[in-house]
Design a protein around this ligand. Structure first.
Ligand code: SF4
Length: 365
């Protein structure tokens, strides 16, 4: 029985998807490497078997759009240290729990007695801090999609005068990372399937420089099969006709200028500064950090910047190559063997938005 919600049926219409597949095959002549930046797109592409509907001229490659995957080990190390050495309560989204640090994950810290609490919304951290006598460290990870919720939580914490809440921001911005990928000397990306949820906040116009400066075809896409196939079809037309633009396929959610209220909330609380990405290194202007007026919540007042530590041996892990589209997960010698969802070695096998996790889930059946 088809259990697809009725509101989604037209976006999952099999005949429409197959018709789009035929149109893509009919127009595609050049080899095109399309990076799906967002882990949500990677998941949908594999879940709905879309790779089988594309001609051999089209190659889809995963990108850095999984916030857990791009959070570097020193960030985890600092959180572990705050939990174990400072006795702070660590408050985090659940998918950060098993991300490897230099020596251990937050799950490992919890096993050693650290108090690690899972939240579903940043505002939950305020309730925890209000009822806690210890310091509380909120781990803020995510992209433009989740940044507004963290901004609102920080502003509300200030309004309530909370004095035991600290925020470690690893919030990141997508366009600077996409620009870095496009500018890499060995970049062979021809097009971006732009992240739909991020775009709902920043707007489709944010990608215009990628089309104009780098000549990359761009399509802001929804997450259903028809959305993705329509976006790929438009990318094929852009590449074949050599007219790179930003096509907004996800117009039912994404406007050209984005969500002004969400962007305003971010700008009220956070300032842009260089940030470290796992796999991509430091990227200028790609991180969101607390503004001066909210510095009393800055985690650096609780824990100093983490010193570089000797990394636990992850020999064989190629997460940086996976995150930059240089390799597919199946090219990793540990994939499906030493590294599995139940026993992740690298960050890309931890989150449901991680490329390795998704490839494993759908290719190892
Ligand atoms: S399969 Fe595991 S070890 Fe290999 S790149 Fe992916 S996460 Fe890293």
């Amino acid at each position: 029985m088809d259990d697809t919600p009725s509101v989604l049926r037209s976006f999952r219409d099999r005949r429409l998807v197959l018709a789009l597949s035929e149109r893509i095959r009919a127009r595609s002549r050049k080899n095109i490497r399309i990076m799906e930046v967002c882990g949500g797109h990677t998941h949908a592409i594999h879940r709905f078997g879309l790779l089988d509907l594309l001609p051999p001229t089209i190659r889809l490659i995963s990108g850095p759009g999984c916030p857990v995957c791009v959070t570097p080990a020193p960030y985890i190390d600092a959180a572990v240290s705050a939990g174990i050495e400072k006795g702070a309560t660590i408050v985090t989204f659940g998918d950060l729990l098993r991300v490897p640090g230099s020596e251990m994950s937050l799950e490992g810290a919890r096993a050693r007695g650290a108090n690690v609490r899972i939240i579903y919304s940043p505002i939950d951290a305020l309730e925890i801090a209000s009822s806690s006598e210890s310091d509380v460290l909120l781990l803020a990870i995510g992209f433009e999609t989740t940044a507004p919720a963290f901004a609102v939580a920080v502003a509300e914490a200030a309004r309530r005068g909370l004095e035991n809440l600290y925020v470690a921001s690893a919030l990141k911005l997508m366009p600077p990372a996409m620009t870095t990928l496009a500018a890499m000397e060995d970049c062979r990306i021809d097009a971006f399937l732009c992240p739909g949820h991020v775009s709902a906040v920043i707007g489709s116009e944010a990608y215009r420089p990628l089309a104009e400066r780098f000549g990359l075809a761009c399509a802001v896409s929804g997450f259903e099969p028809v959305d993705i196939m329509e976006s790929i079809h438009d990318i094929v037309l852009q590449v074949e006709e050599e007219r790179p633009v930003v096509y907004n396929q996800y117009g039912r959610v994404v406007s050209p200028g984005g969500n002004g209220r969400a962007l305003g909330a971010i700008d009220d609380v956070f300032a842009r500064a260089p940030a470290a990405w796992r796999g991509l290194g430091e990227i200028g202007g790609s991180g969101l950090f607390l503004k001066e007026e909210y510095s009393s919540f800055d985690s650096s007042r609780l824990i100093p910047a983490p010193a570089a530590r000797r990394r636990k041996d992850l020999s064989g892990c190629i997460c940086p190559d996976v995150l930059t589209g240089r390799a597919d997960p199946s090219q990793c010698p540990l994939f499906g063997l030493k590294c599995r969802p139940g026993h992740p070695v690298g960050a890309c096998m931890v989150s449901r938005e991680g490329a390795c996790y998704i490839w494993h889930k759908y290719s190892m059946k």
